[in-house]
Design a binder for this molecule. Structure first.
Ligand code: ADP
Ligand code: MG
Length: 322
């Protein structure tokens, strides 16, 4: 773009976003019209993009450090769900002004986060407007080894990493000017399950990252696989902070929030009976909490079942923009 940042757009790019150096797979980085990548012969490229809009995807009060981290992490969560190893990111940044303090803090965190996940910033766009951050991430996967949504089979166990509902609860607390450090951390600093997803290679049938609430995301698996699911409510993993801070009148209400709130960035997988022991072992080795909370069924739809085997109606589905 030209003209949008009135003369200093190039200074901003040069000063804050030109920290990646070329290597044998990155032939041209920031500074030309576009980046040039040379993937290895046996690799396939896996790409994802996600936009974070101020006031929609994060509260206006979110720190530039957290915005930078999260803009990368949410994309890497998508790559994890495909079993890919992230390598390169593009950053399209729209900022209301050239506030150097904000830019400095954002760029520093962006660079740190790139280093943390071993990805390189290879290009992007910089414009003026209401604050919005779009990251595009590209990863690699060994040819034909990506994890899909459409391969679940009746009888598969449904597993999920971590705990659910923490981020949604953090956001709810913020709306009434309350905060809880652990829950806030879960909202602002999601951990893409890259290592675990990679270790699952060939050992799970399906994977999806939970970004819009477990029920909504699991339904993508069941619909694309032509099956349904049963969820065991007593097995839904909740953090201690969530249990203590979630104000709900009933257990079902409490679980509904955890099952339909957004921003978890945990991994939901389906695993055949033959592989369940192996996957459980891998999770323990990597110190990832991963529990079985349901089963894939031939009957379509998602049914929630309480500890007495009774069907429970869970009303709301996940977050939808439209
Ligand atoms: P053009 O005018 O050709 O669209 P730009 O001025 O948008 O080019 O970008 C110039 C170079 O800077 C390109 O390599 C582009 O990828 C890179 N770039 C622009 N904005 C960013 C950013 N926020 N982060 C990283 N690279 C950026
Ligand atoms: Mg150009």
């Amino acid at each position: 773009m030209t003209g949008i940042m009135a003369g200093n757009e190039f200074d901003i790019i040069q000063h804050y976003f030109s920290f990646s150096s070329p290597d044998e797979n990155l032939l041209v980085a920031v500074g030309d019209d576009a980046a040039v990548i040379q993937p290895e012969n046996n690799e396939q490229l896996v790409m994802a993009t996600d936009t974070l809009v101020a006031g929609v995807h994060f509260p206006e009060s979110t720190s530039p450090e957290d915005i930078a981290y999260k803009s990368i992490a949410v994309n890497l969560s998508d790559l994890a769900a495909m079993g890919a190893t992230p390598r390169w990111v593009l950053l399209s940044l729209t900022v209301p002004n050239n506030n150097t303090d904000w830019l400095q803090r954002f760029a520093q965190s962006f660079e740190q986060t790139c280093a943390q996940f071993a990805v390189k910033l290879i290009g992007g766009d910089t414009t003026r407007g209401p604050l919005s951050v779009t990251v595009q991430a590209t990863g690699v996967v060994a040819a034909d080894h990506s994890l899909r949504r459409n391969n679940a089979k009746a009888g598969d166990h449904i597993m999920v990493t971590g705990t659910l509902g923490d981020a949604a609860l953090a956001l709810e607390l913020l709306e009434t000017n309350r905060q809880h450090p652990y829950l806030l951390q879960r909202l602002n600093r999601p951990q893409p399950r890259l290592e675990f997803a990679k270790a699952l290679n060939g050992h799970c049938r399906c994977a999806i990252d939970v970004s819009d609430g477990l029920i909504a995301d699991l339904s993508h698996i069941t619909e694309m696989s032509g099956c349904g699911a049963e969820l065991y409510l007593e097995a839904i993993p909740l953090s201690e902070a969530y249990r203590n801070c979630c104000e709900a009148n009933t257990v079902v209400e409490k679980l509904t929030k955890a099952l339909t709130g957004g921003d978890d960035y945990e991994l939901c997988i389906t695993v055949s009976s033959e592989k369940i022991q192996y996957v459980t072992k891998i999770a323990a080795q990597l110190d990832v909490n991963c529990v079985v909370l349901g089963k894939i069924t031939t009957e379509p739809g998602i049914r929630c079942i309480d500890e007495n085997g009774q069907l429970v109606a869970i009303s709301a589905t996940g977050y939808k923009h439209f």
